[in-house]
Write a protein that binds this ligand. Sequence first.
Ligand SMILES: Cc1cc2nc3c(=O)[nH]c(=O)nc-3n(C[C@H](O)[C@H](O)[C@H](O)COP(=O)(O)OP(=O)(O)OC[C@H]3O[C@@H](n4cnc5c(N)ncnc54)[C@H](O)[C@@H]3O)c2cc1C
Length: 409
Amino acid sequence: MSSILAKSLRSIKPSALSSVKSRQFSASAMRLEEVTPTSLHTFTEEETMFKQAVSKYATEVLAPRVRSQDELMGLEVDAELGGAGASFMSAIITVEGRLCLILELAKVDPSISTVCDVHNTLVNTMLKDYGTQAQKEKYLGPLATTTLGSFCLSEAGSGSDAFALQTKAVKEGNKWILNGSKMWISNSYEADTFLVFANVDPSKGYKGITCFIVEKDWGVQVAKKEKKLGIRASSTCVLSFDNVEVPEENVLGEIGQGYKYAIRILNEGRIGIGAQMVGLAQGAFDAAIPYTFQRKQFGKFIGDFQGMQFQMAQIQTEIEAARLMVYNAARIKESGKPFIMEAAMAKLFAGQVAKRASAMAIEWCGGVGFTRDLPVEKFYRDAMIGQIYEGTTNIQLQTIAKLLKPKYA
Ligand SMILES: Cc1cc2nc3c(=O)[nH]c(=O)nc-3n(C[C@H](O)[C@H](O)[C@H](O)COP(=O)(O)OP(=O)(O)OC[C@H]3O[C@@H](n4cnc5c(N)ncnc54)[C@H](O)[C@@H]3O)c2cc1C
């Protein structure tokens, strides 16, 4: 099945990247009046092909498995990540490429988009941006083909206040010894490579936080797999590190800079979660609307009642607004300009829209929407995670408010 994806991806020309970059003009090199305004829906030919390939993969390969994976609470990892699915992940090297992947996958199964988002946006980007050549050669190759990565920051006592983490690393000879526990770690049941944030010098507070590349075989223990409300096919586990020995060459980036890397990567990651929520909202909408033109009450299709039409129009407008905010944040980021506020707004709003859209999708389908006969109840359960991970709703509001204040105070 995954050959569909491999074939589609092979047909995408390598020039995809250069054409993405061509959109990144610098103001000094170009006069504004010479710029033809384009809509945020304008994609290059290669981006459009990529989008179509992902969409085909999602509907033909993923869709038939969505319900069973949700009920089994686990991914069918072998087929999914061992073959073309994995090379697919490695293909995503532009922010918009990643967003497109996450959004299209989330339309069909938000769990799978979580797996891809963590693997690509958090793990691979960290290795690509901060890894040594040797680290990239050792880890990025397998991560692009057969292995899965996890990003291990949160702990039981440090969620929103992430840098209060307690996991410690102590240097002994040419090794670091890791002790502690991580919580809520996505992909961790299946992962082989873990980016673990630990403090090497608690007396320095968050400035002691350092990132380590840790292999599962070195003693990473899965202490508990969570039973969750939503995104159930994406594993979320408690991990424990009991005297795990990490070679000194496995420090990622610089000692004491882990907090900076985490902030940077999570700021960018929020755009990805925004994309996931837009995809989810559109998926719920697309799953519900056809039903309203099959179901008759009072002698008419329920989708023809104005009361229903206005609600649908409102939700589709909100999804469109969220989509534009997500792409706008991505394009600001790709142009090298500050994007933190736009990313926080995009994640905040897209998460809210996903919650509203999936709730309305259930209402529009009446009793059937409340059952597992339609996928809308799953979209509703999955939408809640958008309010929690990579910064809760309140943390997004706090970020936006913090950046607003200097403009006025
Ligand atoms: C399914 C799932 C997958 C996850 N995947 C990962 C992963 O792969 N890697 C990883 O490192 N982490 C992961 N996380 C952790 C996630 O990032 C945290 O759950 C999140 O940051 C919130 O932390 P918390 O759960 O401790 O909640 P808390 O921080 O305890 O928050 C609880 C409530 O208090 C509010 N609150 C907290 N501080 C403030 C404040 N200053 N002002 C106003 N309100 C506040 C929050 O908004 C929230 O409503 C995952 C979580 C889940 C549920």
